[in-house]
Design a binder for this molecule. Structure first.
Ligand code: ZN
Length: 457
């Protein structure tokens, strides 16, 4: 999991006011929308694998806020803005029909401050939320095929920013705002349980400018992003069932707007901001090739612990951008096997003994790799790699080097032996590995990356 570098998308010829907004209606399309310096709507689209030039929506609309974007399906997207009359207006795009005309949603009786925010938790529901003129949260809902009246959330909350909306599932949505204490607050709705109370997420050290933005790239993850008072990007993440601490993106970026967040798939998210050069900039979080390793210990190694062997492997693989994830660890007791001795350990072979050993995958996925730690092998002190009956894995003897595990998994991923002793895949003599590289070289990395046993997560 890594972030790529910031990338400039330029700006409309008219320039733009405020920050960008984005939407991905499916995993192959992303659209950036801004309020142009001429108060028209401007758009820059990613499709067919490339970004296309900025274009102006020549539909007569005069925007009085940044646009808010949403999608109710893979071929639908809609745009909501504040009009010059103080009402919320929207228009929608759907593949065959193109763009609709603009449609007024009016405004709460208290009016609204700033622009609208929207969310669709599934393809039949859309909710508009605004910060009312009374600083309460106001909502207008689309469900059962029609729009319903504006309603006030009488929950005591006093908003100090526009709301930011998100969803972590078809029956979940949550709203994030800046509170009067300068912290990020949220509350969540889920069908049966209704609305939760408001919950504070605190704020970055030093505070933040403006309001929060959020994204959930899948149902188990939510990220809050804000522009810190230091104009850096700050993030607070929810994963593994809990919220984690605020962290600063120390990537040199200087933000001139709140960030806008989006996702083009369950393992992708990207952040868009206005840079100090008044262009739109983005960076994306993407995947890293990962070997998912399962450890099955029949005999603990004597010279190095299993953990040390995994750490050595991880260091060398990481030097070429390949991640090692331990999927499981299990102690195996196989009394009927020639037990913990693999008397014939020959690379690539499928001896009866290896077959018996490798049969113990115990639910491990077909594209995962198993390492069996045994007492001895023949020849002694070594390991061996094998794919008996499509069960990728290796054997590591108890007297192995700390590098043996990574070496054998290298074979499993398709690497042959080499001669230089400073290479992980050295086949004879004594290792002289001085990680970092050249313990693995680029061509070896490419082979490992293309192995079906290296998954992108
Ligand atoms: Zn080898």
């Amino acid at each position: 999991m890594t972030w790529n570098s910031w990338f400039s998308h330029g700006a409309p010829t008219a320039g733009f006011t405020g920050g960008p907004s984005i939407v991905s209606r499916n995993n192959a399309v992303c659209n950036i929308y801004v309020r142009g310096g001429d108060n028209a709507l401007w758009q820059k689209a990613f499709f067919n694998g490339a970004w296309h030039p900025w274009g102006r929506h020549n539909d007569g609309a005069v925007l009085a806020s940044e646009p808010a974007l949403g999608s109710m399906g893979p071929n639908h997207e809609h745009i909501f803005v504040r009009g010059t009359d103080g009402a919320v207006w929207s228009k929608a795009w759907n593949g065959a029909g193109g763009w609709s005309g603009w449609f007024s949603h009016a405004a709460p009786v208290a009016g609204l401050t700033g622009g609208p925010a929207i969310v669709s938790r599934n393809n039949t529901v859309c909710n508009i939320y605004v910060r009312g003129g009374d600083n309460a949260l106001w909502q207008r809902a689309f469900f059962n095929g029609s729009w319903h009246p504006w309603g006030r959330h009488n929950d005591g909350a006093v908003l100090a920013s526009e709301p930011a909306l998100g969803s972590m599932g078809a029956n979940h949505e949550h709203v994030f705002v800046r509170g009067t204490d300068g912290a990020v607050w949220s509350k969540a709705w889920n069908g049966a349980g209704g609305w939760s109370g408001w919950f504070s997420h605190g704020a970055p050290a030093g505070g933040m400018i403006g309001g929060p933005t959020i994204v959930s790239r899948n149902s188990g993850v939510c990220n809050i992003y804000v522009r810190g008072t230091d104009n850096a990007l700050w993030q607070k993440a929810y994963f593994d069932g809990s919220w984690h601490a605020w962290g600063r993106h120390d990537d040199g970026a200087v933000l001139a707007s709140e960030p806008a967040l989006g996702s083009m798939g369950p393992s992708h998210e990207h952040v868009f901001v206005r840079g100090t050069d008044s262009a739109v900039w983005s960076k994306a979080w993407s995947l890293v090739p990962t070997v998912i390793l399962h450890l099955k210990v029949l005999t603990n190694p004597t010279s190095f612990t299993v953990d040390q062997m995994v750490a050595s492997m991880r260091d060398v693989y990481a030097s070429r951008g390949i991640n090692v994830a331990v999927g499981s660890r299990e102690t195996l007791d196989l009394p009927l096997l020639t037990d913990v001795d693999v008397s014939t350990c020959i690379m690539g072979t499928t001896t009866a003994e290896q077959n018996q050993l490798f049969a113990n995958r115990n639910g491990v996925g077909a594209n995962h790799v198993v390492a069996y730690f045994v007492r001895s092998t023949n020849p002694p002190g070594n390991g061996c790699a094998a794919h008996p009956a499509g069960r990728p894995g290796c054997v590591v003897s108890s007297t192995s080097s700390s590098w043996t595990l990574g070496h054998e998994i290298g074979h499993v991923l398709g690497l042959p032996h080499v001669s230089p002793s400073d290479r992980l895949m050295m086949g004879n003599g004594t290792w002289n590995i001085t990680n970092p590289p050249p313990d693995l070289i680029d061509t070896e990395r490419a082979t490992m990356d293309t192995s079906p046993l290296t998954v992108n997560i």
